[in-house]
Design a protein around this ligand. Sequence first.
Ligand code: CA
Length: 276
Amino acid sequence: MHGQMSELAPHKYTVTGSIRAAYGARVAEPSSPPTEASTMSTTQNDIKSPGSVLVVEDEVTVAEVVGKYLRREGYETRIVHDGQSALDVLKSEGADLVVLDLMLPVVDGLEVCRQMRANGDATPVIMLTAKDMESDVVLGLGIGADDYMGKPFSPAELVARVKAVLRRGQAESNPSGPTLTAGDLKISVVSRTVLRGDESIELTAKEFDLLVHLASHPGQVFSRDQLLDQVWDYSYIGDTSTVTVHVRRLRLKVEPDPERPRHIKTVWGVGYKFDN
Ligand code: CA
């Protein structure tokens, strides 16, 4: 263990140069590993690219593997290794999506995301973050990241997330209105429907309102009183046990394992919060 820890210098979030270390055994699994030759030809031919992805990652090995997987799926991929270069590329050329590492030299990932949004740049962002950095994840989503992946991650799953986020972006420009996504939950705010995977979930009006309220403020802790006030509105005369009951029912319907909720979390002594 001591040897491994020292390899993680200079900071604990650095993935070492070894691909196996970064991705475990998963990176070796694909039967046809991506090759530079086949992926380059995709972008050079007239085949329409599904989009352009800017990969911002200072760990060169990780960046290259991610780039190869994306190119194999046809994405035009550009790699930069620091936050300032990312902002420069976005300003000059733009991208359809940004894969943004949190820990970056010069300008870190959160600051890149913050500056993008401050500049009115709505390009979707998938943030890469160490698994133990929940607070940064919440902060990242709060300042406008669209999704995140904890390191170490499977590059194949990252590609799937890229596809999903781009698809969601297209859906949002449709008249069906904004969609909140958390894990395999899809909440259509306007049509008031909830899907888990392909399965439609039936909610009462209040359950739906409560879910939307929590899910649109990921990471924010609400007390039962606040929820009663904000979801049930001023005219409702009731007590906070109403909230408790609704949360329990909501968990039974939307949580894969209601006993160990993944999304609607209890914050002991305070209330509830929604985790994506
Ligand atoms: Ca990094």
